[in-house]
Design a protein around this ligand. Structure first.
Ligand SMILES: *[C@@H]1O[C@H](CO)[C@@H](O)[C@H](O)[C@H]1NC(C)=O
Ligand SMILES: *[C@@H]1O[C@H](CO)[C@@H](O)[C@H](O)[C@H]1NC(C)=O
Ligand SMILES: *[C@@H]1O[C@H](CO)[C@@H](O)[C@H](O)[C@H]1NC(C)=O
Ligand SMILES: *[C@@H]1O[C@H](CO)[C@@H](O)[C@H](O)[C@H]1NC(C)=O
Ligand SMILES: CC(=O)N[C@H]1CO[C@H](CO)[C@@H](O)[C@@H]1O
Length: 335
């Protein structure tokens, strides 16, 4: 779609249809597919939707009952989320978020943070996914500031849009948007896990399965690996020394999943972020390096080094494989 940097292999910004996959055996939690046509939702027929949302939980479903029992006492999710702190500047917002408690209180929630270009065309699926799990999740949507349409018709998305700024593919503004989402989500003390998604994401498994997996996890999910060559170590800038050395440089998927403690570290980081802002611009794709490098340097002990988001890069090229309507089949999703 956007080919301003044809020599790069940055992950296509929000070109993917991310699909949550909870495959415990292989350790994959979320998958990313790309759709040719973002209006895929028009083709998503009922059986497709049901198949997705009602996939059998892979987990022993202990927590499921617990979640469903207590829905009534915790109906307030959307209201809490709608407090989007519009009046704060980024600096103020990040500063406040850096001071919040590391321990979440109340029933722990998963913060679903959508980094979208405009609206959320696949929101009907998410709506089904969230239904009945009120009080166990929060939603935050970062969309283009000049987008004046409706994010989603689904009530669950009302009031979830946060104050935003323009985001460009492969640019540093991507990191800023991610931090803005994290900061907003941190201000709600009951958010315990934080997952970044795009407007093209859909969940493959049901809510309790994903919720249990995340709540039970002692790891964070920031993909990080050391890659030789132009698009790996080649993007390192010597001027980042001595704070960041070449051997510490990492690459990984933009799509992360964090716990509260790491989320706070990221909004509070004043040491490494400025280096990326100065020395990892356009051709560097900071969104593929900042978090992997930062987390691997300081918080590798708790990091799994893998993403919960699966992206099909097997076809090579600048953007992940795309899946047109004919390709999105039950078999594909099961794989
Ligand atoms: C929404 O934005 C479009 C294009 O930027 C503009 O033409 C239109 O007037 C706007 N609509 C409203 C209701 O502001
Ligand atoms: C959480 O993890 C523990 C130990 O890894 C396991 O015994 C338990 O079944 C898990 N609980 C859920 C709800 O998955
Ligand atoms: C993640 O990578 C770091 C090196 O960056 C390594 O020290 C650590 O053991 C790895 N963790 C896992 C779970 O593989
Ligand atoms: C809906 O999707 C399922 C699974 O892809 C397919 O088997 C079925 O034929 C579709 N139904 C209609 C009415 O398109
Ligand atoms: C299963 C469970 O956690 N139930 C709790 C639901 O909330 C009430 C209070 O409103 C608790 O007493 C239950 O233990």
């Amino acid at each position: 779609m956007k080919k301003e940097y044809p020599f790069l292999d940055c992950q296509g910004y929000l070109h993917c249809l991310i699909i949550s996959i909870l495959i415990l055996g292989s350790g994959l939690l979320i998958g990313c597919f790309c759709v040719k046509d973002i209006y895929l939702k028009l083709q998503l027929n009922q059986s497709f939707i049901n198949m997705n949302i009602q996939s059998p939980p892979v987990f022993p479903p202990q927590a499921t009952t617990l979640l469903q029992n207590n829905v009534s006492e915790t109906k307030s999710t959307t209201k809490i989320v709608s407090k989007t702190h519009d009046d704060m500047t980024d600096e103020e917002l990040l500063w406040r978020a850096s001071l919040v408690s590391q321990i979440s209180d109340g029933t722990p929630k998963v913060a679903f943070m959508f980094l979208a270009r405009e609206n959320l065309p696949l929101s009907p699926l998410w709506d089904k996914f969230f239904k009945g799990n009120e009080g166990l999740y929060s939603i935050y949507v970062h969309s283009h500031p000049s987008f004046n349409g409706t994010i989603s018709e689904a009530a669950v998305f009302h009031g979830t849009r946060i104050r935003s700024k323009e985001v460009e593919w492969g640019k540093f503004s991507m990191i800023e948007a991610e931090r803005r989402l994290l900061a907003n989500a941190l201000l709600d003390n009951s958010n315990r896990r934080f997952i970044l998604l795009s407007e093209a994401c859909i969940p493959l498994f049901n809510f309790p399965t994903i919720y249990n997996y995340l709540m039970n996890s002692t790891k964070t999910f920031v993909e990080a690996y050391d890659l030789q060559g132009l698009v790996g170590r080649g993007r390192y800038n010597k001027l980042m020394k001595p704070q960041i050395k070449l051997r510490q440089w990492r690459k990984g998927s933009q799509w992360f999943e964090l716990d509260r403690q790491l989320a706070i570290e990221i909004v509070a980081d004043n040491k490494y972020l400025p280096l990326f802002k100065r020395f990892c611009k356009a051709t560097c794709c900071s969104d593929e390096h900042y978090l992997p490098t930062f987390v691997s340097m300081k918080f590798w002990r708790r990091n799994s080094n893998r993403s919960l988001t699966w992206v099909d890069w097997s076809k090579g090229g600048l953007h992940p494989a795309k899946f047109g309507r004919t390709k999105v089949t039950t078999d594909l999703l099961k794989n």
